[in-house]
Design a protein around this ligand. Structure first.
Ligand SMILES: *[C@@H]1O[C@H](CO)[C@@H](O)[C@H](O)[C@H]1NC(C)=O
Ligand SMILES: *[C@@H]1O[C@H](CO)[C@@H](O)[C@H](O)[C@H]1NC(C)=O
Ligand SMILES: *[C@@H]1O[C@H](CO)[C@@H](O)[C@H](O)[C@H]1NC(C)=O
Ligand SMILES: *[C@@H]1O[C@H](CO)[C@@H](O)[C@H](O)[C@H]1NC(C)=O
Ligand SMILES: *[C@@H]1O[C@H](CO)[C@@H](O)[C@H](O)[C@H]1NC(C)=O
Ligand SMILES: *[C@@H]1O[C@H](CO)[C@@H](O)[C@H](O)[C@H]1NC(C)=O
Ligand SMILES: *[C@@H]1O[C@H](CO)[C@@H](O)[C@H](O)[C@H]1NC(C)=O
Ligand SMILES: *[C@@H]1O[C@H](CO)[C@@H](O)[C@H](O)[C@H]1NC(C)=O
Ligand SMILES: *[C@@H]1O[C@H](CO)[C@@H](O)[C@H](O)[C@H]1NC(C)=O
Length: 448
């Protein structure tokens, strides 16, 4: 019996280790969203005398990773000497050197154009469907209707048949920072467009797809969020691990963070005003832009209740359409949820232990920058499954938490608040401690 238990622990360890190694490689694999990707589709809808007109559509097929303001940036390298005569629904950031042209001047002559979405409120004659949202794209899990972004591009000095045209190369997608890796463009079966009444289908002249995937390790070297824990049965509040996302500079000059009580706080912060990729955080021991607090609040006969609070410590970001992914074995019996939307994620079919949570429109879908308004919260009511339910061994705490698709750092398992007089708790936490130490050592070597 003991032998089988250690065997299963060993197997679990092995699986976990393997997943750690695949996380650390740059070919992004996310166990909770194994097929997540952004697909960029180019449909050539017309050949022109010197090139073609294409509609470019980006589909965010990721369950919970969206692109928020200031939005996406898409770049590529032309295969030959192509130019962009004009664009609808987007623009290039630079025109480049068009000095060879007289009269009719292209929109962009750069070999490697960089394209950004237009802003809401763009005149109708420059719009196309699904454009002009300032580069914001929702996730597929949150809302497939708004998980698409499109623009139209007229390309000159290009091939004018499917034999002579050359597909662009080296696609780069920023959202807005790094993190995505795009594969080569693949020529696929031309898209069929069916009319609204379903009575006629037209067809693209030619179609190619580019697939981009995300890796948290490419996006930033340090974590972006952490988890703290507390419970009604123990006064200890287990904070985020110290220096999770960085360390405060030593000494009186903070430099890399803003002190909440600083007299000049208002002047430091008011100069910012717009979402910025680089965080400016409030000084805390963990230095994370985001903290998720999980409080085990109440125990009823058949139910138990959790309060979840998300706190923003970043003065540089209002998080729009934020989302949270939480893994806990009791999510198969979530009975009630207050003021958040819920969707179960079941990438492996039968196992229903992962929830995606996000805010309600116009109520709490905006997580305000650091300050008194910079938090959102909800309560979850779970129905106990008496065969598995326990307050011991940290069972009531989440196994994994993601904020906006990034893995949040949990406190070490041996520090979890525990029940007074819990029987064999020491044996278990000691084993966990050893395992954690082993894992962190191995993980450290895997990452360097
Ligand atoms: C991209 O995501 C879609 C939808 O989940 C999936 O059907 C497709 O196979 C994915 N593509 C790649 C290359 O992973
Ligand atoms: C080009 O178009 C012709 C005719 O429609 C088709 O038979 C051929 O497969 C296409 N070639 C490519 C590379 O798409
Ligand atoms: C595309 O990127 C690769 C690697 O970064 C580079 O070697 C190659 O020259 C690039 N191609 C073009 C056309 O820029
Ligand atoms: C190309 O992308 C479109 C849109 O995501 C998808 O419907 C189509 O199946 C893709 N084609 C291939 C061959 O992956
Ligand atoms: C600064 O670092 C020194 C040595 O590392 C330490 O002794 C001291 O307490 C630190 N001061 C603060 C304010 O953290
Ligand atoms: C966040 O929103 C508030 C209210 O709309 C605004 O005053 C503030 O400048 C915004 N902050 C950032 C970083 O965009
Ligand atoms: C998972 O469990 C929750 C709570 O019982 C339920 O609402 C949801 O529909 C389940 N999802 C699946 C895919 O079974
Ligand atoms: C929820 O809990 C009840 C009572 O323990 C149990 O009978 C039921 O099977 C559970 N539902 C799911 C989806 O696990
Ligand atoms: C609460 O949990 C902590 C571990 O985080 C432990 O050190 C402490 O003794 C516990 N308190 C009680 C009253 O059991």
């Amino acid at each position: 019996m003991e032998f089988f238990r250690s065997l299963s622990t060993f197997t679990a360890l092995l699986v976990f280790l393997l997943s750690c190694f695949s996380f650390s490689s740059t070919d992004a694999f996310d166990a909770l969203d194994p097929n997540g990707n952004i697909t960029i589709k180019w449909d050539v809808i017309n050949w022109t005398p010197d090139g073609y007109v294409a509609v470019v559509t980006m589909f965010n097929f990721q369950q919970y990773r969206h692109i928020q303001a200031p939005g996406w940036t898409l770049g590529w390298t032309w295969a030959k000497k192509e130019v962009i005569w004009n664009m609808m629904g987007a623009q290039t950031t630079e025109q480049g050197d068009c000095s060879k042209f007289k009269g009719n001047i292209p929109h962009c002559c750069k070999k490697d154009p960089t394209v950004v979405d237009l802003l809401p409120g763009t005149p109708y004659n420059q719009q196309i469907a699904n454009c002009c949202k300032g580069g914001v794209i929702n996730s597929w899990g949150q809302d497939p209707e708004t998980a698409v972004s499109s623009f139209q591009v007229s390309v000159g000095a290009a091939g004018t048949t499917n034999k002579t045209v050359r597909v662009p190369k080296n696609f780069t997608l920023k959202a807005p920072g790094p993190g995505y890796t795009c594969g080569p463009a693949k020529i696929v079966k031309p898209t069929k467009f069916v009319t609204n009444d379903g009575r006629r289908a037209t067809q693209a002249m030619m179609t190619w797809n580019v697939t981009c995937t995300y890796s948290q390790f490419l996006a930033q070297k340090t974590p972006t969020c952490c988890v703290s824990l507390s419970s009604f049965y123990n006064d200890t509040i287990v904070p985020c691990p110290t220096c999770t996302c960085g360390c405060q500079k030593n000494g009186t000059q903070h430099g890399n963070c803003v002190d909440q009580d600083e007299p000049h706080l208002a002047s430091v912060v008011s100069g910012l005003g717009k979402n910025n990729y680089a965080p400016l955080v409030q000084c805390t021991s963990h230095m994370c832009p985001i903290r998720i607090h999980w409080h085990v609040k109440l125990n009823y006969k058949e139910y138990w209740r959790v309060k979840v609070t998300i706190t923003n410590f970043n003065y540089n970001m209002n998080y729009t359409q934020w989302n949270l992914v939480v893994q806990h074995p009791n999510f198969d019996n979530l009975t009630q949820l207050f003021s958040f939307h819920y969707k179960s994620l079941t990438p492996y079919g039968a196992i229903n232990d992962t929830a995606m949570l996000w805010g309600m429109k116009f109520y709490n879908d905006l997580l305000m920058q650091a300050g008194p308004l910079g938090n959102v919260q909800s309560e979850l009511l779970f129905r106990k499954d008496l065969s598995t339910f326990t307050f011991e061994k940290g069972w009531a705490f989440p196994r994994r938490v993601y904020f906006n698709g990034d893995n949040c750092v949990m406190p070490p398992p041996d520090s979890y608040p525990y029940m007074p007089n819990a029987g064999n708790i020491w044996k278990v936490s000691l084993l966990k401690l050893v395992v954690t130490l082993m894992l962190s050592t191995l993980l450290f070597f895997a990452l360097v």
